[in-house]
Design a protein around this ligand. Sequence first.
Ligand code: PRT
Ligand code: ZN
Length: 596
Amino acid sequence: MDYSATQYKQKILQRLENKFVKFRDLLSVQNSDGDTDKEGFYVIPNTGFGVIGRFQAIKDMENDTHNIIVRETVYKKLCDADSALKRKAGYETCQIVVTYGYRSPKIQKELFEDRMAQKKEEYPVLSELDLIEMVHREIAHPSVAGHPTGGAVDVTIYDYKREEYLDFGTDLYDFSSKNIYYDSDDITKAEKKNRKILKSVMCQQEFAPYDGEWWHFCYGDKEWAFYKSRRSKFSKESDNIEYKALYKQKEYEEISQIVYNDKFKTHVRDNQLRIRLAIQKDGRLTEETLAILKKSGIEITPDKRGFLTKSDNFPLEVLFVRDDDISKLVDAGVADIGIVGENVYRENASKSIIKKYLGFGKCFLALAIPKDSNIKTLHDLNGKKIATSYHRLTEEFLNQKGIKVQGIIDIAGSVEIAPVIKYADAIVDLVSTGGSLRQNNLEVFFNIMNSQSILIENQTSAENEKKERIISQLIQRIDCYLLSKKYKRVTMMVPDEQLNCIIQIITRVNIADNMDDDPVEDDGVGEYNGAKKNKEEYDAIIDMRSPICIPLETYEGKWHSLHTIMKLSELWEKTEELKLHGVKNIVFFDIEGIIN
Ligand code: PRT
Ligand code: ZN
């Protein structure tokens, strides 16, 4: 029989296509019922010289996310394939680029149905099954597709030194060309070589290739299981094993536990559950609040115009508001958590939960009177006028002390002026340095309450398990920062014969002495118990306090270098004592973080 050139080509293509894994081949492949499907997902980093993920914005190849997400094992195998690639002569400066990994079943279905409709128009005479098989060659049928399992990847190779992708004969996803078939004869020798190298490094890592697309490889999905079973059937040694798929398809919302490796950066998906934090937009608390977030590794870029900003690397969004609104917004559940002065929290009689004392924005609510006032005892306040913007707290205080004033005058700002202009006999206002009181010839008469910034949480959010998990992660990070802020890493040179004595001094901690004014709420009435808190904190870092002693070589064992951590105040207290024992070269430095 005689073929024309085109007919001949047709026949060859036919033969190639017959080799492809068919939709009907995959129908009978079972899912493994072991634990393999529990495996987590990774976001492939998008920078660096190893395996990278780079989403190709090709039309109708949409995805829920432009992060390239794959199963953990798949990522490991890709890394190994990448190392193997770099060992091949001529490929030393190449890297594997993954252009597609996980795809949600929903999108798989959309892509498939789109393609199905197109083909139906093109080939109206074909049967439904034939059409499915035809489409399946390009976009796997949703019921058996590999991408939704996180096991299938589309890969290509990039030469980062020459800054170009290698030639494979066609572009990725160019379904208009039959040259995308792995065995296509219509490509150059160099292109064939690139395909062969890619296939060999991938298959060494147990990926299964797909003959219909030079870029598609899979591991753990049904296609992979079918490929492995078929190979075992044809290989002489093994005895015809029926492989099962390791991974099942996952809905996008299901893969909540995504682990990262992009410099351990947390990628947050657009539709992921976020907690909302209300903070002061522009005031005394703003700078330190933003610093805490930053030091906790949470990146946010405050948007000057907007008042709601999402973090890219933590499931958090930040609401910038006036400080008086913070506890109200948290109470109302508009925000899950907030950072606010305790004074505001108490004044608003907030129902939210205090999760943490943050140790900044310290001040106290004072009853202040003019220096020349005739008020000498609390009793003298009876019948007087008090100006304040803290009506509730003032009233509570007066009731508690059994004082009946003539009136509480509510003033929003510049309360200190009231006595000067004889508008009131006394004021209740916040004091930190006391400068503002002095300026207005006032003095503190009574300290009503201490205040500092606190982290508060909405009660309903606290009952939401998912939110609570995120919030406790946040608190853990804040703890780490707060703890490290208090302590210094300290090194010093210690004479040999004094070593034991110095260790005694260093490890001697009087919990009560060492107490700082970081209150812990004791019983909800506003009484604080700092010592308890200090004890806990001390226990938490006790291992870190035990000194490391290293003999200094150049001093023939006569001197030791001693390393420990200490509070700065403690170090200053002990400095003289240490010097008396011959200690020299005390060096201390900031700690970036302590994770317990
Ligand atoms: O605009 P927005 O409503 O958000 O801000 P705001 O003006 O209401 O609040 P802001 O930024 O002044 O204070 C925010 C929070 O910081 C307060 O709720 C307190 O928890 C805390 N804080 C700490 C203080 C002070 N220290 C403080 N000193 N808030 C106010 N003051 C006032 C004080 O009342 C006095 O009038 O600052 C003045 C100077 O104080 P001295 O004692 O240092 O002279
Ligand atoms: Zn693919």
